[in-house]
Design a protein around this ligand. Structure first.
Ligand code: T1G
Length: 700
């Protein structure tokens, strides 16, 4: 359909008015688009030659939902989507939604306001509102249970997941699949509806399709969602709306109730935080002074050096995206173990019904393995995932610099080491950058891309584009110790040892941080990641003179590592483990007390949860301001994406930098200074970063 530049194209074919939404890139239901749809519907209603209406999307999709940018105002301008839907429901001409791409949120609600829905086989539909901290506010909680039953309604609206057209047809969300041309099929469906003489189906007029144990069904569905985020407001509001619909009240009353719940959510801090992350994730892929038209390099085959846990996870990340992989390991036995581990992962998923036998076969068919570096010569990208040691990584990259074809990209998966040093060892630094995956690499969404001093624009742009292909959210970091995430992690962990030496216990600290919303407390996280790993990095940095020359700096983690308490893998770390279950271990408290005595650190019995959180979280935020000031991170939102997508920071607070703004930067500064005085700030890291101070001054 040739776009006329108007928000809605209006044409008539075979006495059917075809309304095509033209609001790229996602046909977001902005006020101008809503006005145009309303006008076009009036035109169709008044046009004597028009016997039916087809509503479809121009461009890539039917409709991506409401224009989220409009929520910031706290109001929804007229005409509201509800008004448009009501207009369609009372028309005496059939209205058919022709769906391709996606119908999401308000886009799906618009489609539910039509009498019939037809979709292409690859189309998807869903209600992602809960992921933005809101709920379907245009009748979705009221129509969906009536159309498909309360079970699927709860599933879709509480999870935010989308379903494919085939399942949507089976479950009654749509009425037909288009097997040929969507518009032709939609017009044919509309004409059949005209000629049938049957009453036009209207979802809003259907009786509520509940179950006998409705209250239990709703409660169980809500409890499942709240298990991960007990403080989330949107799921609770969604449950209230569906329960209200089920209570037998008039449909109109249900719409009013839903709208009130929606408006409350739209203005709350959780929705503002989640909407911030939605846009921050997209902004993070936009790199200033990176020409948008830079020619990308092809990536048809990926080489991975190292068949350990990280190498396997990275290999599966590409295999899962249908990209052929050559996995290299010098040691044949280690290589075999790596390949078998990948196969075993896929077999387990198949046994759990999460992967078909065909997918398993296809993915394993994409995997080659080798012990010979020469087999890297046909790879377009080679990622080294070898032991975290500078000399080893330099040797690997030097070898890759020799064997990789011209134009091939070389990436290091280092989590802290200097990417420029590694790049220079390759002899072709412009082809090199960091690709820091997070373990387990095939599950964690974050990919930290480290831009080296010499990294060519085309290399950076290629890897950013590739990240979307493999389902990763990317943040570009400059070169420094630990890049964005791990550098801030060091700031987060520093006070942990002191708090333990002052008398707090691992369980007390973990509970305090998990109450804030961290996916896992710092002690459990360290036990999972390996206390020895952290201690080794500390030793390497101390040897470089990069750490305070003070025996108290991270003294406890070094002591635990030296005692072999390496964490869960050793059966003991900050906790003692019974299998994977962490148990409080009085010996750790004794070790901490002895260290405190040796270091002259006074023991206390008045440590509060609030103090624990402030002493871990505020230095982390403070380091974020230093990272911004140094240009290591481009935007505060980038830091928020790193921490919510890679380190389990609660998305409901929007990430550390958004959270700091919500707390008030002046208050953050003041508290840092207080803590500095209280602890003596022996390493100077409570002093507010200059950039933070300037931000406070600017907003004073
Ligand atoms: N509102 C405003 N901007 C949006 C948008 C939206 N709903 N969706 C996408 N964008 C922007 C996005 O920021 C980016 O901008 C560009 O479009 C391309 O997006 C009333 C209340 C639809 C699956 O939650 O899931 O309806 O960076 O890169 O990968 O009851 O966008 O180019 O400047 O993501 O092809 C519910 C959110 C809203 C869907 C397309 N709807 N969007 O993915 O493109 S609330 C959603 C998406 C609601 C009703 C309720 C995806 C997509 P820029 P993109 P994509």
């Amino acid at each position: 359909m040739a776009a006329t530049g108007k928000p809605v194209d209006y044409t008539v074919r075979n006495h059917v008015a075809v309304l095509t939404l033209n609001a790229p890139p996602v046909n977001g239901l902005s006020q101008s688009l809503r006005r145009a749809i309303k006008t076009a519907l009036c035109d169709a209603e008044g046009d004597g030659c028009v016997e039916a209406v087809v509503l479809m999307g121009g461009g890539r999709m039917f409709c991506g939902g409401a224009d989220i940018k409009e929520f910031a105002s706290g109001e929804i301008s007229e005409p509201d989507v509800n008004v448009i839907i009501r207009q369609m429901e009372i028309m005496d001409k059939p209205v058919v939604a022709a769906i391709h791409g996606v119908a999401l949120g308000g886009g799906l609600e618009l489609a539910l306001g039509c009498n019939l829905r037809i979709a292409t086989r690859d189309a998807r539909a869903g209600f992602p509102e809960v992921r933005l901290g809101v709920l379907p506010g245009a009748g979705g909680t009221q129509r969906t249970p009536r159309l498909v039953g309360v079970g699927l309604a709860l599933d879709l609206i509480l999870s935010g997941r989308s379903i494919g057209a085939k399942e949507a047809l089976e479950r009654g969300l749509i009425d037909a699949l288009s097997e040929r041309d969507l518009l032709t099929d939609a017009i044919a469906l509309a004409r059949r509806a005209c000629q049938s003489g049957d009453p036009l189906p209207v979802a809003g007029r259907l009786p509520f399709n509940g179950t006998s144990d409705l209250e239990q069904t709703i409660t169980a569905a809500l409890e499942q969602v709240l298990r991960r985020t007990p403080d989330a407001e949107a799921p609770k509001a969604i449950a209230r709306c569906i329960a209200f619909a089920a209570s037998g009240v008039d449909f109109e009353e249900g719409l009013v109730f839903e709208r009130e719940e929606f408006l409350k959510l739209m203005s709350n801090t959780q929705s503002r935080a989640l909407r911030h992350l939605f846009f921050a994730e997209r902004e993070a892929a936009k790199i200033p002074n990176l020409p948008p038209d830079v020619a990308l390099r092809p990536v048809e085959r990926v080489g991975i050096i190292g068949a350990g846990v990280m190498g396997r996870g990275i290999a599966m990340t590409f295999l899962n995206a249908g990209i052929p992989v050559t996995l290299l390991e010098i040691d044949a036995d280690a290589l075999q173990r790596g390949v078998e581990a990948i196969r075993s992962n896929y077999v387990t998923r198949q046994e759990k019904g999460r992967m078909s036998a065909e997918d398993l076969k296809e993915r394993m068919g994409l995997l080659r393995s080798s012990t010979n570096y020469d087999d890297m010569s046909d790879c377009d990208l080679v990622i080294e995932a070898v032991f975290e040691n500078m000399e080893i990584k330099q040797n690997v990259c030097a070898r890759l610099g020799e064997v990789c074809k011209p134009g091939a990209i070389i990436a290091t998966n280092t989590s802290t080491l200097n990417v420029d040093t590694i790049a220079n060892a390759s002899g072709r630094a412009s082809d090199v950058l960091g690709m820091h995956f997070f373990s387990p690499a095939h599950i964690m969404r974050l990919l930290e891309i480290v831009r080296g001093a010499e990294t060519a624009p085309a290399v950076l742009a290629t890897v950013i584009a590739l990240a979307r292909r493999i389902g990763k959210v990317t943040v570009v970091s400059g070169v420094c110790y630990g890049f964005i995430g791990n550098r801030m992690l060091e700031s987060y962990l520093r006070e942990l040892d002191f708090l333990l030496m002052e008398g707090a216990t691992p369980a007390r600290i973990d509970t305090a941080l998990e109450a804030f919303g961290m996916a896992m407390g710092p002690c459990r996280m360290m036990d999972m990641a390996g206390i020895d790993v952290n201690a080794r990095v500390l030793d390497e940095r101390a040897a470089e003179g990069a750490l305070p020359d003070d025996p108290g700096y991270r003294a406890l983690v070094r002591k635990l590592a030296a005692m072999g308490r390496h964490g869960q893998k050793a059966g003991q770390g900050y906790y003692r483990y019974e299998g994977r279950t962490p148990c409080a271990d009085p010996q750790v408290d004794r070790i901490a007390a002895e260290l405190a005595a040796t270091l002259g650190i006074p023991r206390r019995d008045d440590i509060t949860d609030a103090e624990i959180r402030d002493r871990l979280l505020l230095p982390l935020i403070n380091e974020g301001f230093r990272i911004l000031e140094e240009g290591i991170a481009l935007r505060p939102g980038d830091i928020d994406i790193v921490w919510t997508a890679g380190y389990g920071w609660p998305a409901l607070t929007g990430g550390p930098m958004h959270h700091a703004e919500a707390l008030g930067l002046g208050r953050v500064c003041h508290r840092l200074e207080e803590l500095g005085r209280q602890t003596g700030d022996r390493f100077g890291y409570f002093a507010p970063a200059p950039f933070l101070l300037r931000r406070v001054a600017d907003t004073a």
